[in-house]
Design a protein around this ligand. Structure first.
Ligand SMILES: CCCCC/C=C\C/C=C\C/C=C\C/C=C\CCCC(=O)SCCNC(=O)CCNC(=O)[C@H](O)C(C)(C)COP(=O)(O)OP(=O)(O)OC[C@H]1O[C@@H](n2cnc3c(N)ncnc32)[C@H](O)[C@@H]1OP(=O)(O)O
Length: 249
């Protein structure tokens, strides 16, 4: 197999996927180091207005895979492109919340695909190395154990790096290590959640919240918070503070 050449950062996700797919038999299945996994299409989520999918390709784009074999130890994998548009926390570095979100997303999807209709109750993330955008990362999630309604999971995030000869390689150094506790919903609460099997498919007639609705709601929310919580001098203090921080970077 000839390794893909990568000229621009934006093509890294596809190139890394190509690298994986070339090692496997079908387009939608890839071989990871230990097993075959199948891709989960976002369309499978019905009308879900998924937070991570609202980011856009210049910010965050990813593909999700779950192990398809009947196993007691299923895994999920994300290959993600983290763009340069609004992804930073400390200037020059990917916001830890974004990395945490990817880990949470991999673990959450794994839980659901394993049949646990569960919510994140606890999420711990150890950030081991900084990431600079644009970056391509792989997330490997697994279920550690289950106890009644409790599902304990873990996820490791690795960077996919471009080698000097232009080939892509997954770094062995972990960027972040996450552990989580998901709690399976009470039966009584299940009906409140739109799951893929009950969600109307594309073209659904269910009214959606529009961007205008959201903007209206946000400005109302901001205005009321300012009125009730902050002194009139708040915005000046904020600007001065930001100027100081910016000058020191
Ligand atoms: C082939 C087709 C497949 C179809 C599926 C396809 C696609 C998948 C679809 C969707 C994918 C879905 C998700 C994946 C995407 C992204 C992942 C993001 C996930 C989230 O973004 S999710 C939002 C954030 N998340 C919340 O919004 C939770 C807010 N929260 C609550 O809603 C409650 O808090 C809740 C429900 C967690 C528990 O409430 P509850 O009343 O049900 O349970 P209760 O409190 O009784 O606790 C029971 C036992 O858990 C222990 N316990 C509870 N909490 C603990 C904690 N934090 N630490 C340690 N222990 C804890 C207690 O101590 C007790 O333990 P014990 O039984 O031993 O006493």
């Amino acid at each position: 197999m000839s390794a893909p050449q990568v000229g621009v950062h934006e093509s890294r996700t596809d190139a890394y996927l190509a690298l994986l797919v070339n090692n496997s038999s079908s387009d939608n299945n890839i071989s990871t180091s230990s097993r075959t996994v199948r891709e989960v299409s976002y369309q499978d989520w019905g009308r879900s207005a998924n937070f991570t999918r609202a980011q856009g390709a210049e910010r965050l784009d990813y593909r999700l895979f779950v192990s398809d074999d009947e196993t007691e130890h299923p895994t999920a994998h994300i290959v993600a492109q983290i763009g340069t548009d609004g992804t930073e926390g400390v200037p020059g570095f990917v916001h830890g919340g974004l990395t945490s979100t990817l880990a949470d997303t991999a673990m959450g999807n794994l839980a659901w695909h394993a049949g646990y209709k569960a919510f994140t109750a606890n999420l711990n993330v150890d950030f081991r190395a900084p990431l600079s955008p644009p970056a391509c990362v792989v997330v490997d999630a697994k279920i550690e154990k289950t106890e009644g309604r409790k599902v304990y999971l873990s996820a490791d995030v690795f960077e996919v790096q471009e080698m000097q000869d232009g080939t892509l390689a997954r770094s062995n150094d972990v960027v972040a290590e996450a552990t989580s506790l998901f709690i399976v919903m009470d039966k009584a609460k299940e009906t409140a959640v739109t799951t893929p099997d009950t969600a109307p498919q594309n073209g659904a007639s269910t009214p959606r919240v529009t961007n205008d609705d959201i903007r209206d709601h946000t400005s109302t929310c901001v205005a009321s918070v300012r009125e009730t919580l902050f002194s009139p001098g708040w915005s000046t203090i904020e600007k001065d503070y930001l100027k100081t921080v910016w000058a020191s970077t």
